[in-house]
Design a protein around this ligand. Structure first.
Ligand SMILES: C[S@@+](CC[C@H](N)C(=O)[O-])C[C@H]1O[C@@H](n2cnc3c(N)ncnc32)[C@H](O)[C@@H]1O
Length: 307
């Protein structure tokens, strides 16, 4: 199986945009649903840790934190952001670490990149194996009705400054329950400017700065869509990241099959009703040894009882 490494292509940008932006609300969730169950100095694994913005605050709280990701470039930023953690460049479907963790978490819909329920189940099995008995597993997913509502082929976020610009266009096809997000990145090249371009430069910088205010998001995204005309010399790169819309029922079934107890499925702000405006955050537990042996006993009774 080839290790998932697609984020190598935009690690530098992720590290200064989504990485820091997504981390605060995710940290608030972890403080509520995961950290109360982790002993002081306990061991935590950030699965698909990306650029690791969630790792440093956990290290500062005294936990022993490891980060695992398929992208070497994402991990290289994580190493800079949280140097005291331990890192593994591995695929989430195949990793097998020596440590056993008190908690494992995976944030920002990383597991939507697992394109089949079989692949997702493989990840659950690896996490189950990596946890101590009684350990917790917290992860989030974008679910089908949410993807159908919000991933409509229009740009949703983007940034523009004097040196680079980017935007994201997410798209989802309900009939196949698959989608993708396209990341378009423009970068100014180092080149000597003609007189006209030199005179125009301060004005462009002013406009780009103005458009970076939150209230001009619509205008900004429209301009980025036309940027190849306004900045014909900027290098443009388009990256596409496929995702799968796993139904909540299929995910729950896969967790059950692996042996996890699903404690709750909630929104990031703790509501137990998942609507199409929110992603689903799963809080699961690996049973303690006593519960595991009880389950094994009842399983063997069930399989040996004649029907
Ligand atoms: C959206 S980013 C999230 C990063 C980080 N968790 C955060 O909250 O900012 C998704 C991450 O998942 C990683 N990823 C996706 N599929 C993976 C796989 N099969 N194995 C390892 N890493 C994977 C990517 O490399 C990327 O760093």
């Amino acid at each position: 199986m080839t290790r998932y490494a697609d984020y190598d292509n935009w690690a530098w940008l992720y590290n200064q945009t989504m990485g820091p932006e997504y981390s605060q609300p995710q940290l608030d969730l972890l403080k509520r649903v995961l950290l109360p169950y982790i002993p002081c100095n306990g061991e935590i694994l950030d699965l698909c840790c990306g650029t690791g913005q969630l790792i440093q605050p956990l290290v500062e709280r005294g936990y022993k934190v490891s980060g695992l990701d398929g992208s070497e470039d994402m991990i290289s930023y994580a190493r800079k952001n949280a140097p005291q953690a331990t890192y593994y460049v591995e695929d989430a479907r195949t990793f097998d670490l020596e440590n056993r963790f008190d908690g494992v978490f995976s944030t920002s819909a990383s597991l939507n990149h697992l394109m089949s329920i079989e692949d997702l189940t493989q990840v659950f099995e690896r996490v189950y194996n990596a946890l101590k008995p009684g350990g917790m597993f917290v992860f989030d997913l974008n679910h089908p009705s949410q993807l159908e509502r919000w991933w409509q082929g229009q740009p949703t976020e983007g940034e523009l400054n004097a040196y680079y610009a980017w935007m994201i266009i997410p798209h989802y096809d309900a009939s196949s329950a698959t989608g993708d997000f396209q990341v378009t990145i423009f970068q100014a090249l180092n080149r000597s400017l003609g007189l006209f371009d030199k005179l125009l430069l301060p004005l462009k910088r002013l406009v780009y700065r103005l458009l970076s205010r939150p209230r001009f998001v619509g205008l900004r995204l429209k301009l980025i869509q036309k940027l190849n005309k306004i900045e014909p010399h900027w290098k443009c790169k388009e990256l596409v990241y496929p995702v799968k819309g796993h139904s909540l029922d299929s995910v729950k079934e896969a967790l059950d099959k692996t042996g996890f107890q699903t404690v709750s499925i909630q929104t990031i702000d703790g509501r137990l009703e998942i609507d199409n405006n929110h992603s689903a955050h799963f809080v699961c537990a690996k049973p303690t040894l006593i519960k595991q042996s009880q389950a094994q006993r009842s399983h063997s009774v069930a399989t040996t009882t004649p029907t």
